[in-house]
Design a protein around this ligand. Sequence first.
Ligand code: G3P
Ligand code: CA
Length: 286
Amino acid sequence: MKKIIMLFAGLLILLTGCSIGTKWNNPIPNDEFLIIGHRGASAYEPENTIPSFELAKNLGSDYIELDVHLTKDDKLVIMHDKDVKRTTESKGKIKNHTLAELKELTADEDKDGKVAASAQKEAYDIPTLQEVLAQMTDETRFVIELKDPDEYDGIEEKLVSMMNDYGLIEKDKKGYPKAVIHSFDEESLQKVHRLNKDIPLLQLISFDDGEEAKMTSKELTKLQTYAIGVGVSYEALNAEFVSAMHQANIIVFAYTVDDREDAVKLQAMGVNGIHTNKPDLLTGTE
Ligand code: G3P
Ligand code: CA
């Protein structure tokens, strides 16, 4: 009889696919290695533009990452820096420009040899979040970064409202959240959490060069009150950290990984996904 009970218990563990007491409890399944197109497919197209997002989608990205800011007239626009200097022909802070003024600029300054054909100027303007959401099909999932949110009063409310308008606060047919928000700014993430507890949030964390990823149990307990995951600079990641996060039902995304060998190592480590400027990193021929 004892043998039969042990056999039954063993079978139960095998069938559930995990040891008793460690059921995965996170909106993002823990059985796939996700490719997140960082600022789109920004190794190949000007970052944070619609052509970059379209290419990222066509290259098979599971999620598309983009950075949001607020204009002087309170419109959510997509750009990485809070100043337009690096990626356009002009200069000055986004928050000091109206949307109409930003729309006069071209988001394809040739800083990395990725300049778009000037004939396609319109396709390479600074997109609003609304334009991106309206143009991309239902199947696209987004990782939206609240970038420098302390610069913009009310940006969290505006973002949550737009996510509601576009049905992003729900899961897709495959069971994945249509959108998650990440940020280095904990206060801003906490604010989003207070506004809507159904939006999955990831805390971005950077570690110094040579430093290993770590988190105290106090920090982890706090993280669990508002976030479902962390985004960590990939060089700092190690298997122990990833395993500790998974034990706590926290997913781990790594940023920003453009080398195939690094990607393979991170996958073997159990990392849930990578931000990459090359969404074809693991499927391409390079
Ligand atoms: O991929 C994580 C990343 O988005 C945070 O860094 O500077 O590229 O926005 P950054
Ligand atoms: Ca970002």
